[in-house]
Design a binder for this molecule. Structure first.
Ligand SMILES: [Zn+2]
Length: 398
């Protein structure tokens, strides 16, 4: 059985211990100790890392009565070792975890809205509230939580029997039997918990809720405490100042400025579409007039850049309605897009011609005898265009 130093002294960073067992955990060297300050993952709080006997502790696991230390290289059974936990990582966990107690306590005190889930991530943490919380509720809850932080209240560890616990008003019903470890945030919150916490609420610094989403009838709050809150503030500052510079507006004007840009770009897209349609109409007529006549049909075969498929269709329609014509329009670079159109009296099936081309060059597409379109043909535009001209002229000649 490992004696867990963090139970009574969560501020313990360095300790001496004896290696009680040496083994492999999933192919990595591992040991148990007679005593440890390393916290194993449990209750939503991630494990500690650090140094032990000159090697790295890469993971700490709770296994019944024992704490398993997974190492980067092996140690000897029975040896005396010194351990030191990565304090920056642990202190961060303590800030987030104590902040969670206070945040959960605030929502229970103010709104009787219980916390039913807690997860501490590497960047942000979440609590799940049983009921929906309005934006106003969340602001009030966060204000109350920070008031408790700034009052710098003591956070004490108390051990009580289950019977004693029944007479206390705990925030949530304890799950385990026997002696209970209570975290007592003076005059505010009392909760059974095996994790590590700061010893005064002031050490949390700040609790900030970054987002909220609806979850199974309740609300999931994403929050950060302490140094993470400072990091989040810096990130937001950089994002806002970058956007403000790009748009030349004040921070408060950003949402309206973005909305305005979206409106403008929608309007411009509409205008561009209108211009393209007009241009396609003129250009299609011009192409048909300039095309050579073959067996009484104007054969328009062009490789064109700068047009989308809708534009090519407009061009082809204008060409084949202004003259007795067959039009094949392809984009320049492989894989090419292609539009084929024929006037009603021309003895060419646009769709059949397209299928012959996709059989040869790959890609896909379809359509009707008068109009077909395809894409993904794996050849350059001029090669596809040349093949199309040969197909059409041999059909007309036949
Ligand atoms: Zn806790």
């Amino acid at each position: 059985m490992t004696s867990r130093l963090y139970y009574t002294d969560p501020s313990c960073r360095r300790f001496d211990a004896t290696v009680t067992r040496v083994f492999e955990h999933q192919g990595r060297p591992a040991v148990t100790l007679d005593r440890t300050a390393f916290y194993p993952s449990s209750g939503g709080q991630p494990f500690d890392t650090g140094r032990l006997g000159g090697t790295d502790v890469v993971e700490t696991i709770d296994e019944g009565d024992e704490v398993v230390h997974v190492l980067s290289s092996g140690l000897t059974a029975g040896s005396k070792v010194s351990g030191e936990i990565d304090w920056a990582r642990r202190f961060d966990h303590m800030q987030q975890h104590t902040g969670q107690h206070i945040l959960s306590g605030a929502f229970e005190t103010l709104f009787e809205n219980l916390t039913v889930g807690f997860h501490m991530g590497a960047e942000v943490s979440t609590i799940d509230l049983a009921r929906d919380a309005t934006p106003g509720d969340i602001e009030r809850g966060v204000d109350e939580a920070n008031r408790i932080v700034w009052e710098d209240r003591p956070v004490a560890i108390r051990f009580v029997s289950k019977a004693e616990a029944a007479s206390l008003s705990l925030r949530k019903e304890p799950q385990r039997e026997g002696t209970l470890r209570l975290i007592d945030i003076s005059g505010f919150d009392l909760c059974a918990c095996g994790g590590t916490h700061v010893d005064r609420t002031g050490s949390i610094g700040l609790i900030a809720v970054l987002g909220v989403e609806r979850m199974r009838g309740g609300s999931r709050l994403t929050f950060v405490c302490g140094a993470r809150a400072l990091r989040a503030l810096r990130t937001y500052r950089d994002v806002v100042s970058g956007s403000v510079r790009a748009l030349s507006v004040l921070p408060g004007e950003l949402p309206a400025a973005i909305e305005r840009l979206q409106e403008e770009s929608k309007e411009l897209r509409k205008q561009a579409k209108g211009f393209q349609e007009k241009l396609a109409e003129r250009e299609g007529v011009r192409l048909a007039a300039a095309a050579p006549e073959f067996h009484g049909v104007r054969v328009v075969v062009e490789v064109l850049d700068g047009w989308d498929v809708a534009g090519l269709k407009g061009l082809a329609a204008a060409a084949t309605s202004s003259a007795r014509a067959c039009a094949v329009l392809v984009t320049a670079a492989a894989p090419v897009s292609i539009v084929i159109a024929c006037s009603p009296t021309v003895p060419i099936d646009a769709n059949v011609t397209l299928q012959q081309l996709t059989q040869r060059f790959g890609g896909r597409g379809g359509g009707k005898p008068g109009l077909a379109q395809g894409g993904g043909l794996a050849a350059a535009g001029p090669e596809v265009a040349g093949a199309a001209r040969t197909l059409i002229e041999s059909t007309l000649a036949g």
